[in-house]
Structures are given as C-alpha cells and as structure tokens.
Ligand binder design. Structure first.
Ligand SMILES: Nc1nc2c(c(=O)[nH]1)N[C@H]1C(S)=C(S)[C@@H](COP(=O)(O)O)O[C@H]1N2
Ligand SMILES: [Mo]
Length: 188
C-alpha cells in the first residue's frame, strides 16, 4: 500500500470478521478430509491437509471485503497458490470457470483469470494460525480483489469448467465475478 488507505467503494472497515455459515457449521474430520481438483483436466488430483501444508507457498497481508458492506483490514493470509493447484492438474485450453464446492454443500464460481491471479490462494492460515473451524478449517479460498462470498470455507472440490454455472449466491443474483473495485455486487 502507498500510505493512503484504499477502501473499495461502498465498504466500511470493522474490527473483526462477522462469521457466516448460511448452510450451517459442517463437522470436519481432518484425517479423512481431502481437496480434489477435477473437471476439464488431464490429471485429477486429491490432496490431504498434510499435502497442502507442504505446498503452502504464499503469504501476504490483504483486506477482506463482504458484499454486505463490511471490510476487515490488514489480515495475514497464508496458503497454497491456486494457480499452482490448477496447473498441477493440467487444465484443458477450454477452461474458463472454477466452480468450488464445500463440505456444507456451499458453492461458488470464479472466472479462471481471477483464480490464476498471483494472490488467489487456497488459504490455510489467518493471522499466523490455522483457520478456526468457524473460519473454514481446513481450507478456504481467498482472492483479495473479489467479494467474500467467493471465499468458500471448508472447501472440498475445485472443478474446472468450460461453462458458467451458478453457485449458491450467484443463483440469487450475485455477480459472476464479484470484483470489489468495480463494485460487481449483482448480475443485473
Ligand atoms: N461454506 C461457506 N463459505 C462461506 C460462506 C458460507 O456461508 N458458507 N459465507 C461467505 C460469505 S458471504 C462471506 S462474507 C465469508 C465470511 O467469512 P467469515 O465467516 O470468515 O467471516 O465467507 C464466505 N464463505
Ligand atoms: Mo459476504
């Protein structure tokens, strides 16, 4: 940052995250939990939590923005580059969308360009500690320039698709991409 704080349009800073679990808090057994990367790929991959901890390669401080208007500043995020996970599965040239499924059946969708951004991660830690259960342990998506509903918690599957498909909030009119700087809140 350059000294002058940048808060996206229509957002207000609050001190702490408001915890959302629209489909309830899932029970997670980290020993049996896995993350799958599948869909239009040459190589479907399955990762354990241990595998992901070893792959963790990204750490930075970025703000979090919920589309309802609250933001939390200066959060340290650590995890695995989504680009690295996607490339490891050798996606076909036709891939345009990344569809995310969570253990609680929450879903969301992300354009491939945004998922390949260098700061797009599968987050494993917040502020130096493993995610808490309520904040998405073992793993959640985080992409700093997209609204928080794209930051699916308790992720279990990442599916690479050539076509668009609504996730939970997108089906209710929320935006296909959700860029916070362009205020992409709703589709229409
Ligand atoms: N599985 C799941 N992921 C989710 C949600 C949810 O209800 N279930 N809510 C989303 C929304 S709208 C926001 S703003 C953030 C909130 O993250 P937090 O609960 O860590 O504050 O989680 C996102 N990821
Ligand atoms: Mo949100």
């Amino acid at each position: 940052m350059d000294g002058s704080r940048h808060v996206p349009p229509g957002q207000k800073i609050i001190p702490n995250f408001i915890i959302y679990r629209i489909l309830g808090q899932p029970n997670i057994d980290v020993q049996s939990w896995t993350l799958k990367v599948k869909g239009e790929v040459e190589r479907e991959m399955t990762y354990t939590y241990e595998d992901l901890l070893k792959l963790a390669d990204v750490s930075y401080v970025e703000d979090f923005h919920c589309v309802t208007g609250w933001s939390v500043e200066n959060v340290r995020w650590e995890g695995v580059s989504l680009r690295k996970l996607i490339e490891a599965s050798k996606p076909r040239d036709t891939v345009k969308w990344v569809y995310v499924l969570s253990v609680d059946n929450y879903t969301t969708i992300i354009p491939i360009e945004d998922a390949l951004h260098e700061k797009a991660i599968l987050a494993l830690k917040i502020n130096g500690k493993p995610l808490t259960l309520e904040q998405g342990f073992p793993a959640r998506i985080f992409i700093p320039h997209l609204y928080g509903w794209k930051s699916a918690k308790w992720v279990s599957e990442i599916t690479l698709l050539s076509y668009y498909k609504d996730g939970y909030w997108e089906a209710l009119g929320y935006h296909e991409r959700g860029n916070v700087w362009n205020e992409e809140r709703f589709k229409w």
